[in-house]
Design a protein around this ligand. Structure first.
Ligand code: ZN
Length: 242
């Protein structure tokens, strides 16, 4: 089974559509690692699309939790707060119901899916080997998929030590070590100085992970953010992937 792994769409419709077009015919099912909304201008359309994907599994991120009042908005910085406040007022009843139902962690096909980390599904950022190392003992199965950092990354554990693996966008990684934490990066708001939308393809039969990037109409998303009067910092950062 080939899985299209997407995370941190953040209501960026044009990025989501570009990813789905780019990945077409290379996956069987879709797993979405949370933060479908927040920051971006198209929360309802993005939720509609994800909800119609083949055999999708979707988990909740911190922004999704906050959008349906499962979490206090005051825990967010002022810019995220402003965008979440706008999102709350924009969600349709269908969108609200969708977000309210999804869990923060799912275990399926021997893979753990969570937004932040197994230790703290909604808030922890797995940014380095120290943090990854603390999480490996709590991973169910061989593989754990995370989002939240908006930076593609791969951490492995061979049973003795934890390593970070350099990612190539062309060569799939063979998942030969004992355990892995895989982060596909962000569809809708990349933060690795690369503005291209990011996603991953996990092949559970071949046991490979491929990181991919694709360009999208950044300007169209930015124009819509301007119309919706979303914070300028959020509009600018999309141009630079920061
Ligand atoms: Zn996010």
């Amino acid at each position: 089974m080939r899985i299209l792994v997407i995370a941190d769409i953040h209501a960026n419709l044009h990025a989501l559509e570009a990813v789905l077009k780019d990945a077409k015919n290379t996956y069987d099912v879709v797993w979405c690692l949370g933060d479908l909304v927040g920051y971006g201008p198209y929360p309802n359309k993005c939720l509609q699309i994800v909800g119609s994907l083949p055999e999708y599994i979707c988990i909740s991120g911190n922004h999704d939790y906050a959008a349906v009042a499962k979490m206090d908005l005051s825990t967010f910085n002022p810019i995220a707060y402003q965008a979440l406040h706008w999102t709350q007022n924009t969600l349709t009843t269908e969108s609200y119901d969708f977000l309210e139902k999804i869990e923060s962690t799912v275990y399926t096909n021997s893979v753990t899916l969570t937004h932040g980390s197994p230790n703290n599904p909604l808030w922890e950022y797995i940014t380095d080997t120290d943090i990854a190392n603390q999480n490996f003992p709590n991973i169910r199965g061989k593989l754990c998929l995370v989002g939240h950092t908006h930076i593609p990354s791969v951490f492995s554990h061979d049973g003795i030590q934890c390593n970070e693996i350099r990612i190539s966008n062309t060569q799939p990684i063979n998942l030969l070590e004992r355990q892995y934490i895989l982060n596909p990066g962000s569809v809708g708001q990349p933060r690795d100085q690369n503005p291209l939308a990011a996603y991953g393809i996990l092949d559970l039969a071949e046991l490979t992970w491929q990181q991919r990037r694709v360009s999208y109409d950044i300007r169209a998303t930015q124009d819509q953010m301007t119309i919706k009067q979303l914070p300028e910092e959020l509009i600018i950062r999309l141009s630079f992937g920061i």
